[in-house]
Structures are given as structure tokens and as C-alpha cells.
Ligand binder design. Structure first.
Ligand code: MG
Ligand code: MG
Length: 277
């Protein structure tokens, strides 16, 4: 989603982080439900309805619905972004049904008691070719590598660098540059912007109470994207398949705490030899 540039970095208290964890769990549980529901024959509109009912049943509100970054763009009409195959992000749910061999990126946001969670996952519908499976694996793992690189006292671009370094070491994937991660708190999009590439040691300091969404977007081809006529859907220019993963996390002295992951990120962090906060 678009970001607002004119806001300060919001540092959260421990009590506020707990409230963001509650919002994050709503998002995490909704995405788990959607992952299981994303099978051949199901339309993206059906996934959207399932998302909205799951979010509202938890006492939260879908933050994407009605989201309007500026007046020239129509408000986003749904609770999830559903982006299929060459669509990268911001796809609008509709009658299109998933087919065997598709990949769908599902992006989901919710606000609970004024605090936001934001996460995304890309699901393979049935069997997909090996290069596509690898695309999804590398995209998700690059996100976890980004969290693992986020140490108190470091800088935001340490995350960017970890994402890019991992992706480059795995093959020739396109890293989308027009969109990236962001601060998150009492608004869905806050400063700072979190690039998915770049040199380490730059940007704002990583401090306790900083909450960021990290969201790499990779393609099997080039990095360039275009916006479709609906003013929202972003697709690859070359038609190549794309993947998108996202979690909201916070920096702690004990390690990253992934607020939208059901286990807080413990298992994936442990696999990288990093303790989770
Ligand atoms: Mg998102
Ligand atoms: Mg986001």
C-alpha cells in the first residue's frame, strides 16, 4: 500500500506493543484461515468475505476497506488484496476463481482498538512448477533474514541489505523497488520506509519500540511493474510470476518479535540461530 511521508517515527511503549500483538494475531489467524481456503475453484471475492468475517468476529476492523491514499485513487473496496500470478500487490478481489497452478498473494490488514497489524503471504494453488516454488521459498526466507538482521542499535537499511543479499545469493530474481515495508502503529503506514535492497548502516536507528512491516516482493523476471486501469492492481511489466510476503515485527533486546506470526516468529528465528523477542 502507499505510504504517507509526512509523519514522524512512532515509538511504542511495551503496553502499546502488547496491543499491537493482539491486532497482529487477528491478522495472523485470518491469513492462516485464508491459506487453507485458497484452493482451485474459490474466487478471490469469497476469500475476501471470509477475511472480513474472520476479522470482524475477532472484534477488529479490516483496515484496507475504504483505504484511500489520495483523492485521485478510488477507495480500496475490499478487506484483502488478492494478487494472482503476474500481479504483485494490491489486486482487488472479484469473481476470478483460482485455478490449479496459480499463485495468489493475499495481503491482509486489521485494526484492533486503534492499533494495526499488516501481513501477507503467497500461496501455491495445487502443484506449481519448481521455479515458482523456489520463488516463494526465497521471497519468504528473505523476509525472515531481514528480521534476523534487525538488532537494537543497528539501522533500518540493515534489514534491506539482508533481504537483498539473501535474494541475490539464491538466483536471478527481480526485486521490486517501487514498493516496500513501512512503520506501522496507530496508522497502517508510517515512517520509515523499508526498502528491500540497499547498503546496510543507513536510515533511522533500530530501537526498542520501533514496529515495522517488512514485505519483499520478488519476480521470476524483471523488477519493473505497472499499475492496471483499476488504479490499484500492480503487475509485472514482463508478465513474470511474482511473490509477496509480509509480517509486522518489533525490535527488542531479546531479538525480533514478529507480531503477526502466531508463534511470534520463534521457529523461523531459531532456524536462523536467532532468539525471538
Ligand atoms: Mg500488507
Ligand atoms: Mg504493508
Amino acid at each position: 500500500m502507499f505510504r504517507k511521508r509526512d509523519r514522524m517515527i512512532q515509538i511504542k511503549t511495551d503496553a502499546e506493543i502488547e496491543r499491537m500483538r493482539a491486532a497482529g494475531l487477528v491478522v495472523g489467524r485470518t491469513l492462516e484461515t485464508l491459506r487453507e481456503a485458497a484452493v482451485a475453484g474459490v474466487s478471490t471475492l469469497e476469500l475476501d468475505r471470509l477475511a472480513e468475517s474472520t476479522i470482524r468476529a475477532a472484534g477488529a476492523v479490516p483496515s484496507f476497506k475504504g483505504y484511500q491514499p489520495h483523492p485521485a485513487v478510488p477507495p480500496f473496496p475490499a478487506s484483502i488484496c488478492a494478487s494472482i500470478n503476474d500481479e504483485v500487490v494490491h489486486g482487488i478481489p472479484g469473481e476470478r476463481a483460482l485455478r490449479e497452478g496459480d499463485v495468489i498473494s493475499i495481503d491482509c490488514g486489521a485494526v484492533l482498538d486503534g492499533w494495526h497489524g499488516d501481513a501477507a503471504t503467497t500461496v501455491a494453488v495445487g502443484e506449481v512448477p519448481e521455479p515458482v516454488r523456489e520463488l516463494l521459498r526465497v521471497c519468504e526466507e528473505s523476509m525472515w533474514r531481514g528480521f534476523a538482521a534487525a538488532r537494537p542499535g543497528g539501522k533500518v537499511s540493515d534489514i534491506s541489505h539482508a533481504v537483498e543479499s539473501y535474494v541475490r545469493a539464491q538466483g536471478t530474481f527481480g526485486i521490486v523497488e517501487e514498493y516496500g515495508g513501512h512503520g506501522i502503529g496507530t496508522e497502517m503506514h508510517q515512517e520509515p520506509h523499508v526498502l528491500n535492497y540497499g547498503r546496510p548502516g543507513r536510515g533511522p536507528k533500530l530501537v526498542r519500540g520501533l514496529v515495522l512491516a517488512v514485505e519483499p516482493m520478488l519476480t521470476l523476471g524483471g523488477r519493473h511493474t505497472r499499475e492496471l486501469a483499476d488504479h490499484w492492481t500492480v503487475a509485472t511489466t514482463d508478465g513474470s510470476v511474482a511473490a509477496h510476503f509480509e509480517h509486522t515485527f518489533t525490535v527488542t533486546e531479546d531479538g525480533p518479535w514478529v507480531l503477526t506470526a502466531l508463534d511470534g516468529g520463534r521457529a523461523r528465528m531459531a532456524a536462523l540461530g536467532v532468539t525471538a523477542g
